[in-house]
Design a protein around this ligand. Structure first.
Ligand code: DQA
Length: 143
């Protein structure tokens, strides 16, 4: 089975508890289950990871680059300013789909710009956690 990484950035480990009116009631554990199940249905071996440490995330992106593993990335706040995360994304050797649970374009202006989007194959924002399943479906169809 093809491996796919779902990588979640800072504060996403607090899904469910964190601003539920914006991010919903799904916990990170629920999200892991949703992604793994979607992967099984699509014939993908999905590994979901979350970190609040930028260095750890960069290490995972390097791992994906070296092993040609497609990535679904929710860079969370790093999306809006981290050139280091973008530079790591630029090195990826397989597909990259950027996902946001909320519609970043409907929110504060500082969330409207993503430094990742220009190096991603596609972007899904505002469809809640369903966006992850949709990203995995696209990856399954385009590997
Ligand atoms: C987010 C949107 C970001 O602006 C925010 O910093 C997050 C989550 C989303 O999934 O909607 O942490 O990436």
């Amino acid at each position: 089975m093809s491996r796919v990484f779902v990588l979640n950035g800072p504060n996403l480990g607090r899904l469910g508890a964190r601003e539920p009116l914006i991010y919903g009631s799904t916990t990170h554990a629920d999200l892991v289950e949703l992604c793994v199940k979607a992967g099984q249905e699509l014939g993908l071996d999905v590994e979901v990871r979350q970190t609040d440490s930028e260095g750890e995330m960069i290490g995972w992106l390097h791992e994906a680059a070296d092993a040609e593993i497609p990535v679904v990335l929710n860079g969370a706040a790093w999306t809006h300013y981290s050139i280091a995360i973008r530079d790591a994304c630029s090195q990826l050797t397989s597909k990259l789909v950027e996902v946001h649970i909320s519609n970043i374009h409907k929110r504060e202006e500082f969330r409207h710009h993503s430094v990742i989007s220009a190096v991603a194959d596609g972007v899904i924002a505002g469809l809640g956690v369903t966006g992850y399943a949709l990203a995995l479906r696209w990856i399954a169809e385009h590997r």
